[in-house]
Design a protein. Structure first.
Length: 520
């Protein structure tokens, strides 16, 4: 995301949440200023009925695809050159996630990234922090969605803590109010909901209480709607004043629990579409404010889609090349936390990228910058499984990368990098391999091709001593390819390793492989 521009560029950002789908369409100017062309939101209840068996219902998928298709078409009507879409909790936890993604790709012509909870928290922070003026004060950010709640600690420019909790307005409603709270909610049921939340946030509570926080900000539909109800109850007519005091929230929740659904919908300030899940969302916010010791929250209308825009703008700025990106930071942090051999990792990365680049020039493949970037990160991390055990370390590497919640990446990218590490040795990947069944066909092809290049790069530094100075594809023909290996040392072990990778190379590229050692 984010590129240098010669003229204005229109981009659409879509946030596919558990309760709602949100759209932001902006025109971005070359100086990185922007104009909002459209903001839309529709309730789709993608996570409705999901959190018991982790399956999206056909009806929910239909609603989600229909709205995303409409939003994508609206974006393109404004002249959008890119439509960037992410999906969160409901899609993240669904066993039939691939069904949703395939239909979004086929029917809405949108390639959706499913992001991790912590990545969701990071993007929410970028969006919300960009709209509040806290400077160097330490703030607490709470975002209550339909399926998850994100908790972040940070100042104006940087976060120090990210957490994603499996708590949400729809999730709690499904668990405790299966009929959608059509009747008044007894106090004992509401207290059970609050106890459930309290138990789920014990670890987070310890972390938050250890900080000296100066401000608290709540975002998303639950917080906004509760603040609107509070304003109507207190007679506050200033729409810019969106705050919610804990004492006032308790009064609101007592009142809402006492009403049946139809009466709840008529409460001044209530969004009628949210009346059936507002008690679940309110239980989370009230409990968090109690547990964290927060007396008042400022309510923000910004959120994840604003974070997508902030990320896009930041990646296109002139300072980007001078500073390490969030992807580079998270990859380096993961590698170092696993005591990675950085010298070997960097050599393998350099060799893999050299093979990628020379292979592209020679017509061996037609992959682009995105695939090259993933190869570089995967090459750097391919041996982190050594942290657990050298035996089968490629399997350990796969597990660590897949479960590390690397920031800045979506789930498909993480899966591809994990699979590249998985197949850098031993077993050769095939499209019907169970390890690749969660990937679409294009991603499977990426893994097969790039894991072969990574396998070769690892063989070229087999001794971990940097004997090979450089390697590239010197000749690529219809039936054969030749790697030029540059070294003045005895690299027989490395040459043997490349030869042993010949079968994998032939399977991936339909060519035989040989090598020549070039002395300088």
């Amino acid at each position: 995301m984010g590129t240098s521009m010669n003229g204005p560029k229109v981009v659409g950002f879509i946030d596919i949440g558990t309760n709602s789908v949100r759209l932001l369409v902006v025109r971005i100017n070359p100086n990185r200023s922007y104009t909002v062309l459209s903001q839309e939101k529709e309730v789709v209840r993608l996570g409705e009925g999901e959190f018991r068996d982790q399956m999206l219902t056909p009806e929910a998928i239909y609603r989600g695809v229909t709205v995303v298709k409409k939003f994508a078409e609206l974006s393109r009507a404004y002249g959008a050159e890119e439509v960037i879409a992410v999906a969160t909790s409901a899609a993240r936890e669904a066993k039939n996630q691939i069904d949703l993604l395939n239909r979004l790709r086929d029917e809405a012509r949108v390639d959706v990234s499913v992001i991790s909870g912590k990545e969701e928290a990071r993007l929410i922070y970028l969006g919300v922090a960009g709209g509040v003026h806290i400077r160097d004060r330490k703030g607490l950010f709470i975002d209550i969605g339909g399926g998850s709640t994100e908790v972040i600690i940070g100042d104006q420019d940087n976060y120090t803590y990210l957490d994603s909790l499996k708590l949400g307005a729809i999730r709690l409603t499904n668990l405790f109010l299966p009929e959608g709270a059509k009747t008044p909610v007894p106090s004992e049921v509401y207290n059970k909901m609050r106890k459930y939340v309290r138990n789920a946030v014990i670890r987070t509570t310890h972390r938050v209480k250890a900080e000296k926080l100066s401000v608290a900000v709540a975002s998303s539909g639950t917080a906004i709607n509760l603040a609107e109800i509070s304003n109507r109850m207190t007679g506050n007519t200033d729409p810019r004043s969106m705050t919610l005091r804990r004492s006032q929230l308790k009064k609101i929740m007592t009142m809402l629990c006492s009403l049946p659904l139809e009466e709840r919908r008529k409460v001044p300030g209530m969004n009628p579409e949210r009346a059936d899940i507002i008690i679940g969302g309110g239980a989370i916010l009230e409990t968090l404010m109690d547990e964290f010791g927060v007396e008042e929250v400022t309510v923000s209308e910004r959120g994840l889609r604003d974070g997508l825009l902030a990320e896009y703008l930041a990646q296109g700025g002139d300072q980007e090349y001078k500073e390490m990106s969030v992807r580079e930071r998270s990859v380096l942090q993961l590698g170092r936390s696993c005591n990675l051999d950085e010298m070997h990792a960097e050599r393998v990365k350099g060799l893999a990228l050299s093979l990628f680049d020379s292979g592209f020039r020679q017509g061996l493949h037609n992959l682009g910058d995105w695939e090259r970037e993933l190869l570089g990160y995967a090459a750097f991390l391919h041996d982190i499984g050594d942290f657990i055990s050298f035996n089968n370390h490629h399997l350990h590497s796969h597990y660590i990368i897949r479960n590390a919640e690397l920031l800045g990446f979506d789930q498909r990218e993480i899966a591809i990098m994990a699979d590249l590490a998985r197949f850098h040795r031993k077993k050769i990947p095939r499209k019907k391999d169970p390890d690749l069944e969660d990937l679409d066909e294009h991603s499977q092809k990426i893994v097969i091709l790039l894991s072969t290049l990574l396998r070769l790069a690892e063989s070229l530094d087999r001794s971990h001593t940097g004997l090979v100075e450089q390697a590239e594809f010197a000749i690529v023909q219809k039936t054969a390819a030749v790697i030029a290996i540059h070294s003045n040392e005895d690299v027989q072990l490395e040459v043997w390793g490349v030869e042993s990778d010949g079968k994998a190379f032939e399977k991936a590229f339909n060519r035989s492989l040989s090598s020549n050692v070039m002395r300088s």
